[in-house]
Design a protein around this ligand. Structure first.
Ligand SMILES: Cc1ncc(C[n+]2csc(CCOP(=O)(O)OP(=O)(O)O)c2C)c(N)n1
Ligand SMILES: CC(=O)[C@@H](O)[C@H](O)COP(=O)(O)O
Ligand SMILES: [Mg+2]
Length: 635
């Protein structure tokens, strides 16, 4: 899109153009960049607040560093819109997150400036350290490596594993800690408080001033003096500090905190830091949503607001809410509170997604029984395991894709000890515009591989509610997983009295003679639509919603294999090892023969697009089911 108001942005086809500009021009670049992001994201939804908060940092980094030779690694990548716009993707930015458009996250095959593919948090320091070590091995000693990580991502254990390794390695690496005191929701735990304390500490600020002023004067010194001061800077800091610095303890040189919106200071600091060897951390303080008052005031909502009116800040609700069907996450959130009111053993755990999964409802109502543990999926699972050993019933809600982080904890800490933890996997299936890093398509396969685990997926809101009710009953004494999709369901009247669901019991939703369609989860809705159309084509299809992938309803499957020659399975998860595989294994074990077709997510990564577009690509929408049945039956 060419816009008259992008006078300066127009001239920046790549960071090399930016670097030709006079320093005085940079604040204009920031203004235009900010406006561009707001304009575009208001019309084409995506992540907003994080990118607005790092506009100055983004400009300063590409100005000071020789990208793409120097390597910038963004953590999570939801803050990289400015980076994309400055690195040759401005004209394509209107395709952000759309099918065949650019990705909402840095992606290696999209641009040479995207050094590392991201989406999940807390990976940047590890990846950057790998790059720094590689640069050393390849004798590229002039290459600079910078990781940008948020205060939220810093709560992830992996970031600390990386600091530990990087400090010891003495590699030349700069970590920029972008501290806005927010994750999606307010950041939790002591790290946020610690960073706040440093920012306010008089001692630190004095040290900072002394060190920066010392460095500022270095230009005037000869090389020897410069080296001496740099070498002794660490000692100088230690001498002045009356308190320990966490990052210094990891053998990083700590600089900051500095105002991350002060462009001049930021560029100066980055330039200075280029000359300082070894692992170093620059702590910058920014405001999430900077420059758009609505986003500054309501940082959680404007993390990824959906469509909004850029003039009034009004967030326009999604279509399904207009139709009054609830989001699955809200069914979870409301039901959890209802159950917890009845069963005092229930607690809720979320790793930094209270608003995303609607556990904020329980956090508000029962703050002592709901825990936001930070971006710490592994900890969330083992913490739940610990609670379960003491007779507490934890509802541990983790997005399907982020649960991948905690697989060993699931196996080793929960399942081997057969602990009664209820896993609620939100965003199961194809999530849409966030793309391959976020699709929750592996959980059916990875959950069913784990002994002791009950694996279930509701087709609609009432089923979710009843599965949650069933999962917390005293008679359950093993781990229980319930996965459900992103977005809205179909039932306005979902809040029915609780009903227990028999474990491993499927349900037949429609009768038919020619073919049996077996579904799990939301794909049952697609099947119901397909069955109506198949009827019009004189194909009579029965529909079975299995509800459980493990244990499978073997009685129901016996009946199905005895009655039907044509059987179709449908799931919104990977076909390798998922629900269809379970049905095929059953068939082989029992010695049945039938034409079985497995529909699901094929064995490749599915890109971003709307969920409906992606269902079509995978052949698991209404049309895909119809086509598969017709083909199977030779019609
Ligand atoms: C492993 C993992 N868990 C959860 C998320 C969801 N998530 C995306 S951004 C975010 C908050 C990140 O906070 P921070 O790093 O401080 O960045 P900010 O948005 O404040 O710029 C969370 C929890 C994720 N991307 N990856
Ligand atoms: C970047 C990230 O991981 C989150 O912001 C994620 O995009 C949230 O997804 P939902 O919009 O489904 O909550
Ligand atoms: Mg933050």
């Amino acid at each position: 899109m060419v816009r008259a108001k992008d006078k300066i942005l127009e001239q920046i086809k790549s960071p090399a153009d930016l670097r030709k500009m006079a320093p005085e021009k940079l604040s204009e670049v920031c203004d235009e960049l900010r406006e561009y992001i707001i304009d575009e994201v208001s019309a084409n939804p995506g992540h907003l607040g994080a990118s607005l908060g790092v506009v100055e940092l983004t400009v300063a980094l590409h100005y000071v560093y020789n990208t793409p030779y120097d390597l910038l690694v963004w953590d999570v990548g939801h803050q990289a819109y400015g980076h994309k716009i400055l690195t040759g993707r401005r004209e394509n930015f209107h395709t952000n997150r759309k099918l065949n458009g650019i990705s909402g996250f840095p992606k290696r095959d999209e641009s040479e400036y995207d050094t590392f593919g991201v989406g999940h948090s807390s990976t940047s320091i590890s990846a950057a350290l790998g790059m720094a070590i590689a640069a050393g091995l390849k004798n590229e000693n002039d290459r600079k490596i910078v990781a940008v990580i948020g205060d939220g991502a810093m709560t992830g254990g992996m970031a600390f594993e990386a600091l530990n390794n990087a400090g010891a390695s003495k590699s030349d690496l700069l970590v920029i800690l972008n501290d806005n005191n927010m994750a999606i929701d307010p950041n939790t735990g002591v790290i946020g408080q610690y960073l706040m304390n440093i920012s306010k500490s008089g001692t630190y600020n004095k040290v900072k001033k002394d060190v920066w002023e010392g460095l500022g004067k270095l230009d005037g010194f000869g090389k020897k003096t410069r080296k001496f001061i740099q070498k002794n800077q660490h000692a100088l800091k230690n001498m002045l500090l009356t308190e320990n610095n966490l990052f210094e303890a990891f053998d990083f040189r700590y600089f900051g905190p500095i105002d991350g919106h002060d462009l001049e200071y930021l560029t100066e600091a980055l330039n200075d830091l280029k000359d300082i060897p070894g692992p170093k951390l620059l702590h910058i303080v920014t405001k999430k949503g900077k420059g758009f008052s609505h986003a500054e005031m309501n940082q959680t909502k404007f993390h990824a607001p959906g469509l909004f009116d850029k003039n009034t800040g009004e967030i326009l609700s999604c279509g399904c809410q207009v139709n009054k069907a609830p989001k699955f996450q809200n069914v979870f959130g409301e039901t959890l509170v209802e159950l917890a009111e009845k069963n005092e053993k229930i607690v809720g755990i979320t790793p930094a997604m209270p608003t995303g999964c609607s556990m904020n409802l329980m956090l508000e109502k029962m703050p002592h029984r709901a825990f936001d543990v930070g971006i710490a999926e592994q900890h969330a699972v083992t913490f739940s395991a610990g609670l379960a050993t003491q007779g507490i019933v934890p509802f541990c809600n983790i997005y399907s894709t982020f649960m991948q982080r905690a697989y060993d904890q699931l196996v080793h800490d929960v399942a081997t000890q057969n602990l009664h933890v209820v896993f609620c996997l939100d965003r199961g299936g194809l999530v849409g515009e966030d793309g391959p890093t976020h699709h929750g398509v592996f959980d059916i396969a990875y959950m069913r591989a784990v002994p002791n685990m009950i694996v279930s997926a509701p087709m609609d809101e009432t089923e979710l509610r009843n599965l949650m009710y069933t999962a917390q009953l005293d008679e359950i004494n093993q781990p229980f997983s319930i996965r459900y999709p992103r977005g809205c369901g179909i039932k306005k009247d979902w809040k029915m009295p609780f009903e227990k669901i028999e474990i491993g019991k499927g349900r037949q939703l429609s009768e038919g003679n020619d073919v049996a369609i077996l579904t799990i989860g939301k794909t049952g809705i697609h099947a119901q639509m397909a069955i109506k159309s198949l009827n019009d084509k004189n194909i009579s299809a029965a529909h079975y919603d299995l509800r459980f992938v493990k244990p499978l309803d073997e009685t129901m499957l016996d009946e199905i294999f005895e009655k039907y020659d044509y059987i179709l399975t449908v799931e919104d998860g990977v076909i390798k090892g998922g629900f269809g595989s379970a049905v095929l294994e059953f068939m082989a074990e029992k010695g049945y023969s039938a034409h079985v077709k497995v529909l699901g997510v094929p064995d490749r990564f599915i890109e971003h697009g709307t969920p409906d577009q992606l269902y079509k690509i995978c052949g698991i929408d209404e049309d895909g089911i119809i086509a598969a049945v017709m083909k199977m039956m030779g019609r």
